[in-house]
Design a binder for this molecule. Structure first.
Ligand code: NAD
Ligand code: TYD
Length: 352
């Protein structure tokens, strides 16, 4: 029986990983450690919260003594580490909180794993979930490979790059068994509406401006969140210790094109005249240091571990919109309170 710690399991991607593993591996004990920041929401896990193999622990990975005590009392076999500050715009406003959670939090977990495993690494694994943003920004052509040099350009990506370096340093120095994956932009149910797609879904629904940074020409490579969760399951169980795997959808979109497509899908779902929601598109001041293009080459994962995305983008987008339109309570809960002050700080300058 495996005792598994998932950090950040109440967040967007983490909740899909928790659900997948709790449902698929009845003989595992899955512990979800989450500080429940603005991005963490236990409503994401309502359907699994009573499962006998699921346990929730509220706690902060930046708290060294707490993490140490947790590992000493639980002796986990595996860690899938997703807890992080994850939004680039917030990292521009407050870099230090990204240093604390993403770097110091990760090192606290590494130290605790190293201490409790004490050189006895048989059957143990520390899996660090990271982002393609560590590779920097691409020009018109080319893809990020696992061998691409790190060149992070935002405080968020610099903090994730730093945490990746620490994970590899612990593997090299202390022989800690680690694996890292770097994934492209995720979309799907339960994503906090500070990120592009859920923000636009929320605003289209409420007839509010859709803030497109710059000219909307930046390019992202989009992957459905359940496909990311499936990839994490495959890598955790079959990945080679010490390796890095890129995860992506081979699915590049210019921001303006993806927002226009979303408008058309929403017009159809909301019985609006085609073209109506596109009128909400508003070009606003560009993000500082805005990375031009991300594109992942995920062939290693396909060739070595047989993973491929399961959904076509249009299908994934339909599912995502349907989820947000039928989970209005979720959206109302997460956009009340703190979200309003974030939103007005970030965007009200662009609205009348
Ligand atoms: P998220 O912001 O939705 O969730 C983060 C979770 O971590 C939340 O539940 C939050 O409460 C928790 N958390 C934050 N600080 C914590 C702390 N100090 N202690 C304990 N828990 C804490 O993030 P996400 O989009 O689900 O991303 C999860 C991971 O995947 C992150 O490591 C991120 O860098 C990585 N990633 C995200 C994407 C993406 O498109 N969202 C793509 C590639 C990689
Ligand atoms: P985001 O969802 O924040 O993810 P990331 O910055 O990690 O890629 O943004 C996706 C793209 O959309 C990115 O190029 C920035 C852009 N964007 C906007 O144009 N307007 C917005 O309001 C937001 C949040 C993002």
């Amino acid at each position: 029986m495996k005792k598994l710690l998932i950090t950040g399991g109440a967040g967007f991607i983490g909740s899909h990983v928790v659900r997948l593993l709790v449902n698929k591996y009845a003989d595992y004990s899955v512990y979800n450690l989450d500080a429940l920041t603005y991005a963490g929401n236990l409503e994401n896990l309502d359907d699994v919260k009573r499962a006998s193999n699921y346990h929730f622990i509220k706690g902060d990975i930046t708290d060294e003594a707490f993490v140490d005590e947790l590992f000493t009392s639980h002796l986990f076999d595996g860690i899938i580490h997703l807890a992080a500050e994850s939004h680039v715009d917030r990292s521009i406003a407050d870099p230090l909180s990204f240093v604390k959670t993403n770097i110091i939090g990760t090192v606290n977990l590494l130290n605790a794993a190293k201490k409790v495993w004490a050189g006895n690494f048989e059957g143990k694994l520390f899996y660090h979930v990271s982002t393609d943003e560590v590779y920097g920004s691409l020009g018109e052509s080319g893809f990020f490979l696992e061998t691409t040099s790190y060149d992070p350009q935002s405080p968020y990506s610099a903090s994730k790059a730093s945490s990746d370096h620490f994970v590899r340093a612990y593997a090299n120095t202390y022989k800690l068994p680690v694996v890292i994956s770097n994934c492209s932009n995720n979309y799907g149910p339960n994503q906090f509406p500070e990120k592009l797609l859920p923000l636009c879904i929320h605003n289209i629904k409420n007839n509010k401006p859709l803030p497109v940074y710059g000219k909307g020409e930046n390019i992202r490579d989009w992957l459905y969140v359940l496909d990311h969760a499936r990839a994490i399951d495959v890598i955790f169980h079959q990945g080679k210790v010490g390796e890095t795997y890129n995860i992506g959808g081979f699915n590049e979109w210019k921001n303006l094109d993806i927002v226009e497509l979303l408008c058309d899908v929403m017009d159809r779902k909301l019985n609006r005249t085609q073209g109506e929601s596109r009128k909400l598109i508003t070009f606003v001041k560009d993000r500082a240091g805005h990375d031009k293009r991300y594109a992942i080459d995920a062939s290693k994962l396909k060739e070595e571990l047989g993973w491929e995305p399961s959904l076509q983008f249009e299908e994934g987008l339909e599912k995502t919109v349907d989820w947000y339109l039928s989970n209005t309570n979720w959206l109302e809960h997460v956009t009340s309170g703190q979200y309003q002050s974030y939103y007005s700080k970030q965007y009200s300058k662009y609205e009348d």
